[in-house]
Design a protein around this ligand. Structure first.
Ligand code: CTP
Length: 401
């Protein structure tokens, strides 16, 4: 328990102390299993803490919630209770169970079982290590600690990926996050499951959820590279890039995301992955984001158009910010992309109707030119209105393009 306490945040320490007191007072065995044990053994800080008990989960959760000032929700079908804390952390309290998959890829049916069976139903050996809160003893029936030391992800049984294909996403996430490798037999089982189209038995919505979790990793490029290279994404997205090209595109997306976290990182990463027209069913992307994604995917064509103006002006004007940021990584396009970006940030010192001209595309183009001229310092703010007027007239008369 000591390394767990040492690596815990203030709030996690409060949770662990309260849980340990309740468990020792009521004489029930409570374990911490999964992420926190794995991460603490690796000497890393950890996320949500879950508790697993063979019996008395409801009572344990009620007392824990009372001490911590949380609210309880009960999920009978999964035999778990969830405590929502004011700090927005959540704690799951589960009863040890075995799982059965009514059919591959479906959500499991659960029944009560002992701790060892509960560990056996899990995804990888490194996530199947339990720490007894009161005694501090470790249960490691599948040699998870040895795999942690060797840096290996190993499934616990042959049917693991077939039963729950989302574990293929978890494998990629964990491999990238921890710098681990898939143990040989596990990698072979994954290849078999993919060849068997196991992934198609999971709903597209669930697969998109898993893909998003990978995109939220600290190193999303690494997680996505793992996912794409192993062929986990083809059935969801359609053809995805591979090898050095994929690595390059993901690295570019990661650079932009690191420099400008306010941009739409999900679109940047998706566009780095796919080639051609991706299947977006179940992605819950709205129209505007889909349009932006298409332009991002199509960026070579946009870049070529920009290099051969005048077509480029129109492409630049409609390019999403994410695309401009990407184009700015290319020395040949940096100037044009950055000019467009600064022009967009300029507020004009007059309103469109002050030009006193009939409406039409000439107005939009003139306003655009004016912003650009202001951004580059070619004109002053005082000159802006007359500059815009004369540009609009030129467009109207067909003298400018
Ligand atoms: N688990 C599993 N199969 C899944 C999902 C989860 O066996 N498809 C088990 C694993 O033992 C995992 C535990 O449930 O450790 C808790 O899952 P979760 O909270 O999603 O992941 P963590 O391992 O805690 O890792 P992290 O949150 O750090 O990604």
């Amino acid at each position: 328990v000591k390394p767990l306490i040492e690596l815990a945040t203030e709030e996690q320490r409060r949770i662990l102390r309260a849980a340990t007191t309740i468990a020792s007072e009521s004489g029930v065995a409570a374990w911490v299993v999964g992420g926190p044990v794995r991460d603490a053994l690796l000497g890393k800080p950890f996320g949500d803490i879950d508790f697993t008990l063979e019996s008395g989960a409801a009572d344990f959760a009620a007392r824990l919630s009372a001490i911590l000032g949380g609210r309880i929700r009960q999920f009978d079908e999964f035999m778990t209770l969830r405590i929502d804390l004011p700090s927005t952390e959540t704690i799951d309290v589960a009863t040890t169970r075995a799982e059965e998959y009514p059919r591959p890829g479906a959500l499991p049916r659960v029944r009560r079982a002992g701790l060892i069976e509960d560990l056996r139903r899990r995804d990888f050996t490194i996530n199947a290590v339990a720490l007894n809160l009161v005694s501090g003893s470790i249960e490691d029936p599948f040699q998870g600690i040895a795999d942690l030391e060797r840096g290996l992800l190993r499934v616990l049984h042959e049917g693991s990926f077939r039963d729950d294909p989302t574990r293929m996403f978890r494998a990629a996430r964990l491999a990238a996050r921890l710098g681990f490798e898939l143990e040989e037999w596990t990698a072979a089982l994954m290849r078999e499951a993919l060849a068997d189209e196991a992934m198609d038995r999971v709903s597209r919505e669930r697969r998109w959820r898993e893909l998003r979790l990978a995109m939220q990793e600290e190193d999303p490029a690494g997680a996505l590279y793992e996912l794409a290279s192993r062929g986990t994404l083809d059935s969801l997205l359609g053809p995805v890039h591979r090898g050095a090209l994929l690595e390059h595109r993901l690295a570019q997306a990661a650079t932009v995301i690191a420099e400008e976290p306010e941009l739409d990182g999900e679109l940047l990463l998706l566009a780095a992955l796919v080639s051609g027209e991706p299947d977006l069913t179940g992605s819950a992307l709205n129209r505007r984001r889909i349009d932006s994604l298409r332009m991002l995917i199509d960026r070579e064509r946009v870049a070529a158009a920009i290099e051969s103006s005048p077509m480029g002006a129109r492409e630049l004007a409609s390019a999403p910010e994410e695309l401009l940021a990407l184009l700015a990584l290319d020395p040949g396009l940096q100037g044009a992309a950055n000019r467009e970006r600064s022009a967009r940030r300029i507020e004009l010192p007059f309103r469109g109707h002050e030009l006193d001209l009939p409406p039409g595309p000439h107005l939009g183009r003139a306003l655009r030119d004016t912003r650009e001229a202001l951004a580059s310092g070619t004109i002053t703010r005082e000159q802006a209105l007359s500059f815009a007027r004369s540009r609009a007239l030129e467009y109207l008369r067909g003298e400018a393009s």
